[in-house]
Design a protein around this ligand. Structure first.
Ligand code: 25A
Ligand code: L14
Length: 331
């Protein structure tokens, strides 16, 4: 059964990948509508061998579609997602607007597909760093019950959109040419640098991005007893988000057993041959729908602990691919 689809934020870094993911995964699309701000209205986007014209998103012109994929920021989602849902459409929202709303499912299809059934017209797509982490945590939690997670992220610039990707390229060139690097999107120079600041700072000293990882992980794994802490860092990488994750469990898991459990997880690939210098790399993950895990080892500092390294393409599994997979659950 074909579905009519709207992509809201279609000209953004994530929106463009949503359209490509619908094509690549052969989603049974009927009509496809591309919406963005007034600035992008009338722009042409290729889809399925044809061209679609970007329309301005307006309250008085909500399109009649079955599924709407939103990626135009939390403010747009707050205003427009209820208007789409009110017309009987299911909204899959990539923003942070509704993720922690108890009436809204927060879904990673390999982890909690059942949650998607209980929606009231809106399903939230989790934060990128959370998605790739819970893919790894899920089989470990099921086998050995996770008590605590300590995550440090190495996040690519794509998370901040096109302008940020252009900023990394331009600044790298400027610095090599001996010119000053002018920050616009990021609070500091990103070329040849790392910035421990993603999202706004909160009263508890954490950033928004760090608290998303804390709160969303518990909601998706449906277990508020899991202690999570995170430090999120922007690195001069284009699309692949990396994460060093330490996991403490109730039951002891050997590294070999963990590797076996992770190998059984769909859309998660274990690359873990240190003797051959084989482990997940950001540049290898780019353009791939899968998530990659390696450097799996037993933590020498505690009885029941594991350390590992996770990489995924932020714009794909971290955003567009996961959203389209949620749409597939609705078929
Ligand atoms: O939930 P949050 O925390 O609020 O974050 C959500 C936002 O973060 C990004 C994504 O931004 C999303 O909007 N994001 C979320 N998860 C992400 C992830 N995992 C993620 N990014 C990466 N990885 P984005 O930049 O990818 O997309 C923004 C899209 O939203 C459209 N939009 C903005 N305001 C809108 C709106 N659509 C409707 N109504 C509104 N009021 C936006 O469309 C874009 O599609 P656009 O029309 O603004 O066009 C963007 C194109 O225009 C160019 N451009 C950008 N800024 C300027 C500009 N041109 C001139 N001047 C500018 N100032 C760009 O070239 C772009 O192609
Ligand atoms: O909450 O800037 O989905 O890397 C994803 C991109 C938060 C910011 C989200 C980034 C956004 C993040």
């Amino acid at each position: 059964m074909k579905k009519n689809i709207a992509v809201v934020g279609a000209t953004g870094a994530v929106g463009a990948e949503m359209l490509k993911a619908l094509e690549r995964r052969k989603f049974p699309v009927g009509e496809v509508r591309a919406l963005a701000s007034e600035r992008s209205a009338e722009t042409k986007i290729g889809f399925g061998g044809a061209e679609i014209t970007v329309e301005e998103l307006r309250e008085d012109a909500i399109p009649d579609v079955d599924i709407a994929l939103f990626s135009a920021g939390a403010a747009v989602s707050r205003k427009f997602a209820p208007l789409f849902a009110g017309r009987g459409c299911v909204v899959i929202d990539n923003s942070s607007a509704f993720r922690m709303d108890p009436r809204v499912p927060l879904v990673v299809p390999e982890v909690n597909p059942h949650a998607a059934k209980k929606h009231n017209g809106i399903i939230a797509n989790p934060n990128c760093s959370t998605i790739q982490m819970v893919l790894v945590l899920k089989p470990i939690h099921d086998a050995a019950k996770i008590k605590r997670v300590v995550a440090s992220t190495y996040q690519s610039v794509s998370g901040a959109g096109w302008a940020a990707m252009e900023e990394l390229t331009a600044q790298t060139r400027d610095v090599l040419d001996g010119m000053p690097a002018r920050p616009r999107v990021f609070p500091h120079r990103i070329a040849f640098n790392c910035i421990p600041h993603i999202g706004a700072f909160l009263e508890n000293g954490y950033t928004e991005e760090e608290m998303k990882m804390v709160n969303e992980t518990r909601k998706i794994l449906e277990d508020d007893s899991i202690a999570v802490t995170a430090t999120t860092v922007r690195v001069p990488v284009m699309r692949g988000h990396g994460e060093a994750v330490n996991i403490q469990t109730e039951k002891k898991l050997t590294a070999a057993r963990a590797r076996e459990l992770l190998s059984g997880m769909p859309n998660l690939e274990v690359i873990d041959e240190p003797a051959k210098a084989l482990y997940p790399l950001a540049v290898d993950a780019e353009g791939d729908d899968a998530t990659f895990v390696g450097r799996i080892r037993e933590d020498v500092s505690v009885e029941c602990g594991l350390d590992l390294w996770i990489v995924s393409d932020n714009l794909l599994k971290g955003a567009a691919t996961n959203a389209v997979q949620i749409a597939e659950l609705l078929l």
